[in-house]
Design a protein around this ligand. Sequence first.
Ligand code: NAP
Length: 308
Amino acid sequence: MALILDGNSIRDQILKECQPRVAALAAAERPPGLGVILAGDNDASARYVRSKVKACQTLGIYSEQLTPPASVTTAELLEMVECLNQRPEIDGILVQLPLPPQVDTKRVLLAVNPEKDVDGIHPLNVGRLVENTPGPRPCTPAGIMELLKRYGIVVSGRRAVVIGRSDIVGKPMALLLMHQHATVTICHSRTPNLAEVCREADILVAAIGRAALVTADFIKPCAAVIDVGQNRISTQEEVRRIFRDSPEKQAEFARKGSLLVGDVNPLDALEWAGAYTPVPGGVGPLTIAMLMANTVDAAERRLGACST
Ligand code: NAP
């Protein structure tokens, strides 16, 4: 039976470590500030932003939301970003993705001042990540590295497989694992013999967006399996495929009408992995914690009180 890697408890540790740093900045000059742009009316995005703003409030970080309608233009968003770039009390800028389809997302992200890029996705910061020089790292992969470190899971010298090659998760994840001296393979939708490649992994990271695609045949016995996926399933067939005859899950599904599941089959991971991040309660909480940490880092750098 796999050890459950508890993302909530690691999140709490990270936030607790941020607390005195926020207090010190507030006492010396002002609290860190985060500006969030939430464009349109995507329910999931609105939910994520609520969680991020709540985390700011809990920690004493100043936060501000700009909520343009779904019809917003690229030019209007560029103006909002520029305004946040100029505001001295804003240390971090978060543009919640996805932006509405008519918007040139790349242009908007490029307009964010790299020193305020708390998501670590500006090309300058991507360059810093590739070079392994200091800079903000994308929150989800950075959170996973913290989880591995704090659970004492050895990365150096081990085989890691990352499924997914997105700019925000898969690619930075692979780079961070490589910088910690893992031997890394990146897989994607055109990788032949996916299960066979994954079975080589001591550390398997699934960032795919396909409910429970990773099954027992992907998992090397005792591997650490990190499930980044957040997928909502809404049919009896899917519930049965993933949770088999679990009466608890059937009851939860009947009550809620849908279930949140990862990219890894949870029953298979529990049976075969050595350690496993559940969904919910695994990777999700770490992303918000690292956004807070990146915002505090940015404020310390900008106020000249760098602690690193
Ligand atoms: P994405 O941009 O859609 O990328 C998905 C990747 O998976 C792509 O590289 C794609 O390959 C690959 N893929 C798709 N189907 C595949 C298949 N059948 N076999 C192998 N590879 C396949 O997604 P993302 O933004 O990286 O997010 C991935 C998942 O993580 C989503 O469920 C998302 O909701 C979740 N997520 C969670 C958090 C969190 O905080 N927990 C944060 C971010 C994302 P190609 O490149 O060939 O298309």
